[in-house]
Structure formats: structure tokens, C-alpha cells
Unconditional design. Structure first.
Length: 139
């Protein structure tokens, strides 16, 4: 009795979050300014990395004020903060990130979750963040 081969299906590659963050770093540098620098329009942005948050001794990090769930990118403009959590297309928002989202919203911040460059640009535009509009994302 012969076995029939299972058909092979092509699946799009999943971009790891770190690669996505590098891509967005380049895009935000073009659109606003380099990370940590202030644009001519008064916008400053930077990324926050909490990789290996738990680490070997999690109490040390908590003692320094590091908490789980902090979003990946902070954009500042006219005294307002916009936080962006980056996710791959298969990523999900964790419980600590949900808690952080609630805290940020209650403190008057704006938040967005982005799995594509278009989502980041849409958040910036919705928030009224001045950008150079150099990046065109293909539809």
C-alpha cells in the first residue's frame, strides 16, 4: 500500500520582533529623527528594551523600578507621551502588557500595538505627531 505525500504549503516567514524593531528604528529615524534626538518639530522618540526581564535575579530589576509589560517605543511631543508595543504577526499582548496599557491610559498617555510599519505610521498620524512623510508603505 503506497502512502500519498502530504502537499507542501508555503507559509510567509515570521519576522522576529527584534528584526521588526530594527526596521522601525530605521523608519522612525527617517520620519522623525535619530533615537534620542529632538526633531525640528519638537518630537523625540526612543526604544526601551527589557529583554530577559526576569533575568537571574528578578528582585534586583524590580528594585531598580523595572516592571514587566513596558511598551517597546516611546514617542514624546508637546509634553504628551505615545507608547507603541511591537508585535510580530503571530505575537499577542501579554497580561503584564495589558496592565501596563491600562496604567498608561489612566495616566493620560496614548498607546498603540503595531505588527506592521503601517500601524506605527497610522498611530503617529492619529496622534498628530509631525513626521517628514518620507516613508511610503506599499499597500
Amino acid at each position: 500500500m503506497s502512502r500519498r505525500a502530504t502537499p507542501y504549503r508555503l507559509v510567509p516567514p515570521v519576522t522576529p520582533e527584534a528584526d521588526f524593531q530594527k526596521q522601525l528604528n530605521r523608519m522612525l529615524t527617517l520620519e522623525i529623527a535619530p533615537p534620542g534626538k529632538v526633531s525640528a518639530e519638537g518630537v523625540c522618540w526612543f526604544s526601551i528594551s527589557q529583554e530577559n526581564y526576569a533575568g537571574e535575579v528578578p528582585g534586583i530589576r524590580v528594585g531598580r523600578g523595572l516592571v514587566a509589560g513596558v511598551f517597546d517605543v516611546l514617542v514624546l511631543h508637546q509634553g504628551r507621551a505615545g507608547w507603541i508595543e511591537l508585535k510580530t504577526s503571530h505575537g499577542t499582548v501579554s497580561d503584564p502588557q495589558r496592565s501596563m496599557a491600562a496604567a498608561l491610559l489612566l495616566s493620560g498617555c496614548r498607546i498603540a500595538v503595531a505588527s506592521e510599519a503601517e500601524h506605527v505610521l497610522a498611530a503617529l498620524d492619529t496622534w498628530g505627531i509631525p513626521r517628514r512623510k518620507r516613508v511610503r508603505v506599499a499597500a
